[in-house]
Design a protein around this ligand. Structure first.
Ligand code: C2E
Ligand code: CA
Ligand code: CA
Length: 764
């Protein structure tokens, strides 16, 4: 049960987890989308800057390459001399490095010249480079001859009498523009001077034409919102690298401007990218959004897996629990049913018995023992059962203290011996023996027919019916189910079906059995006994057939209260008519006496009917006194202080204990009919009867013998000093009107309670 509950809790837990994950993921989604416009802008700017820097790096690297080439040529040319050699060398180098023009200088003049017609040695930028006399790369300048931007690298030559310097010229567009330096997303690229003059530019197909040759003008022209370009111009003039948004033809672009450190230091690179391309290229935000979606999906899948796993394991667990009793560590009832079915069908011709049992009065022991000892006892019983079940046999725990076994047997004697052994082993439980509890079993047996006509459940039901019968009979090791058991079971079922109606329909009647005081020779009192007049059959139902059933099912408590109420009513009415009364005894069953409001109800009712003290006597059975000694002691003390008399009923029928006689402050001791039966040694019977009467009297009680049928018995009892007799000899139980007559015929009714006072005074 507990495990099932746990499982039930797990599902809400998983649900809560799932909700938490969804909430977190949605939150994360919103977070990523928060200020997305700003985010888009910043993100695309930073991507643009990164791409532009890559371009600039490439340019710087290329220019470094130019410089390296010039240096290498300068070193090599040191060893070359003569016009022809120089020619071969020069052409070879132009081929090798791919510059546009290579010149070897002597005293500032070009002595040798290879390659294209570019190479304006007179250009200011080139002149200042040569005059510097050290390695270097010129600023970008416009070549006179071709009118295109060029750059030159210079390196002095040492150790050659014919030349003293190398100049390598490159067209900017051949070196810096093209696949090597431009990112493929670039829509526009230019190399410009600080005043905006474009030295070299490139644009993607479809992007705006450049007609102005000035980058500032160009940006201004293409921009949809003109003031946008101001910050670009300002920053560029200040040589601050930056990225700016620009709207062209209803589309967002990023303009990235980065100053170049080479080439004299005032030129800069401008690149334009489409925002959409930038974001797509890096998948940044999309990545995150997509990532969130993937994350959500993964989490959902994980949760689903966890859910399925838990479900699976819980159903597995349920399957295990279904077969296994976790509390007792043994087979469950379901497992028993499955195993028993299988065993019965495999071993078709073997004799099998379904043995169904529980522990007598175990619910009562449960209260007395406390939960720990209760559980320990059940575990002990389950171990015994487990060990008893041999090959081709099985067992299961039904519920509470009920177990069932499928036992194999060859003859009834063998089965009987095994059941006795089972009872003996359970009874031997040390924990309870040490506490003076004697565990006994109520066992019902169903002998499985060879034809296996019944379903297993029907067989178990039959064993249970026999077990129930044993519980009420209670002096046999086990009861085997047969037709008589079945009919008594059916009768019991009928009784149970009718009882509530019977109570409402006033079918329960109050009878009185008069009691005779031997010493005073008169009516001493009476015992109220219930009778059931069944209106349907117009006949009395035998008390034996319903009292026991009511005691087992607890209905006796209602009957007892009804009887007590009727007795009070009877007494109050008789008193008001001015009749002489005798004390009336009312039976109190174990179930009634242990009800929480037992005392309150009885005292209240007695008060309500204003019944005088000493006229109501309550009978508690010996077996109840034995098992609930402490409870009863409290009850009796309290009852007596409220004017009740108390009696021990059926003394001698069970575990008669000296303690009950000695310690419980009872007014009356009622001896069971057992004492009147003659055994094998009549002499001993007499001694026993005499002793118990003397004992009762010496403990301050009035001693009453029940079931006195003969004058002979009355005489014996008189001899031994018995005070009161009750039995057919004096009177049968009488209906109320007859009892009233009986009472009125006795003219000596006065000073009734003195019998009890006298008994108390005689107490040793
Ligand atoms: P009990 O309390 O021992 O009642 C005495 C029983 O002995 C009565 O049986 C009575 O009819 C019977 N009896 C009386 N004199 C003789 C006799 O000379 N010979 C024989 N053989 N029997 C005699 P009854 O009325 O059948 O009641 C049986 C039991 O049912 C009672 O035994 C009592 O334990 C229980 N009972 C009866 N009425 C009530 C009730 O209202 N409440 C409770 N809790 N139990 C009741
Ligand atoms: Ca009684
Ligand atoms: Ca009795």
């Amino acid at each position: 049960m507990k495990a099932k509950n746990k499982l039930r809790i797990l599902n809400p837990l998983l649900l809560a987890l799932l909700c938490a994950v969804v909430v977190m993921t949605v939150g994360y989604f919103l977070y990523t989308l928060r200020d997305s416009a700003v985010y888009f802008e910043n993100e695309s700017k930073s991507i643009a800057q990164r791409y532009s820097l890559q371009t600039v790096d490439a340019i710087e690297r290329e220019s470094g390459g130019i410089f390296d080439e010039a240096q290498r040529i300068a070193a090599d040319v040191a060893n070359v001399s003569g016009f022809e050699q120089m020619d071969v060398f020069g052409n070879e180098k132009v081929q090798q490095y791919g510059m546009d023009c290579l010149q070897f200088l002597k005293a500032g003049e070009a002595e040798y010249r290879y390659g294209e017609r570019v190479g304006s040695i007179t250009a200011v930028e080139v002149q200042s480079l040569i005059q510097g006399g050290v390695f270097g790369v010129s600023e970008i300048y416009t070549d006179f001859a071709l009118g295109v931007p060029c750059v030159a690298a210079y390196c002095p030559v040492t150790g050659n009498s014919e030349v003293d310097g190398v100049l390598a010229f490159y067209q900017v567009q051949n070196v810096f523009v093209g696949g090597s330096v431009l990112n493929e997303l670039t829509q526009y690229y230019c190399f410009a001077e600080q005043d905006g003059t474009i030295l070299e530019s490139w644009k993607a197909d479809g992007f705006k034409e450049d007609v102005s040759h000035n980058i500032y003008t160009y940006l201004y022209n293409i921009s949809e919102s003109k003031p946008e370009t101001d910050p670009i111009i300002n920053a560029t003039k200040e040589r601050i690298s930056g990225a700016y948004t620009l709207r062209v033809d209803s589309e967002d672009y990023i303009v990235s401007c980065i100053p170049l450190s080479r080439f004299g230091g005032d030129s800069f690179v401008v690149q334009i990218y489409r925002v959409h391309d930038l974001l797509q290229s890096e998948h940044t935000l999309y990545d995150k959004m997509f990532g969130s979606a993937v994350f959500l999906a993964i989490v959902a899948v994980l949760v689903l897996i966890a859910f399925v796993a838990v479900k699976f394991s819980s159903s597995k667990q349920l399957a295990i629990m279904d077969e296994y009793d976790p509390l007792l560590g043994c087979n469950s009832y379901n497992k028993f049913i499955r195993d028993a079915e299988e065993l019965l069908s495999i071993n078709r011709f073997a004799h099998y018995a379904i043995t169904y049992f529980d522990i007598n009065k175990f619910s009562y022991l449960k209260d007395q023992l406390g939960p720990d000892a209760y559980e320990a006892t059940l575990r002990y019983v389950s171990t015994v059962v487990k060990k008893m079940a041999g090959d081709n046999e099985t067992y299961g725990h039904v519920m509470d203290d009920i177990f069932v076994m499928l036992l194999h047997y060859s003859d009834i004697q063998e089965l009987s011996d095994r059941i006795k052994l089972l009872g003996a082993l359970v009874g031997a439980y040390e924990l309870l023996r040490s506490r003076n509890y004697n565990l006994t079993l109520a066992v019902g047996v169903y002998l499985v027919e060879r034809e296996r006509t019944f379903h297993i459940q029907d067989m178990i039901d039959r064993a249970a019916i026999a077990q129930k019968a044993n519980r009420t009979i209670n002096d046999r090791h086990f009861i085997i189910y047969d037709a008589s058991i079945r009919s008594s079971y059916i009768r019991e079922a009928e009784v149970e079906a009718k009882m509530e109606y019977a109570l409402k329909n006033n079918e329960f009647k109050l009878f009185f059995q008069p009691k005779y005081s031997i010493g005073q020779d008169r009516l001493e009192g009476a015992e109220a006994l219930v009778r059931w007049y069944d209106e349907a059959t117009k006949s009395y139902v035998a008390p034996d057939s319903f009292i026991q059933v009511f005691e087992v099912n607890g209905f006796i408590a209602k009957v007892d209260r009804f009887m007590f109420l009727e007795v009070c009513r009877f007494m109050s009415e008789a008193t008001s008519r001015g009749e002489h009364l005798v004390p009336i005894s009312v039976n109190v069953s174990r179930v009634t006496a242990t009800q929480p409001d037992f005392l309150a109800y009885y005292v209240k009712t007695k008060d309500e009917f204003k019944i005088a003290d000493g006229f109501l006597k309550l009978e508690f059975t010996e077996s109840f006194a034995y098992e609930n000694y402490e409870t009863l002691e409290k009850i009796v003390t309290s009852l007596k202080s409220n004017g009740f008399l108390c009696s021990i009923d059926d003394f001698g029928s069970g575990y008669s204990s000296f303690k009950i006689l000695k310690e419980l402050p009872m007014d009356e001791l009622k001896l069971d009919r057992f004492f009147l039966r003659s055994g094998v040694e009549p002499g001993k019977d007499e001694i026993l009867l005499q002793t118990v009467i003397t004992l009762g009297k010496s403990c301050g009680m009035v001693v009453t013998q029940e079931g006195v049928e003969t004058l002979e018995d009355l005489k014996r009892l008189e001899r031994y000093g018995c005070d009161v007799i009750q039995g057919f000899y004096y009177s049968k139980p009488l209906p109320m009107s007859d009892f009233l007559d009986f009472m009125n015929e006795d003219t000596s009714l006065s000073g009734i309670t003195s019998l009890y006072e006298a008994a108390r005074k005689q107490k040793l």
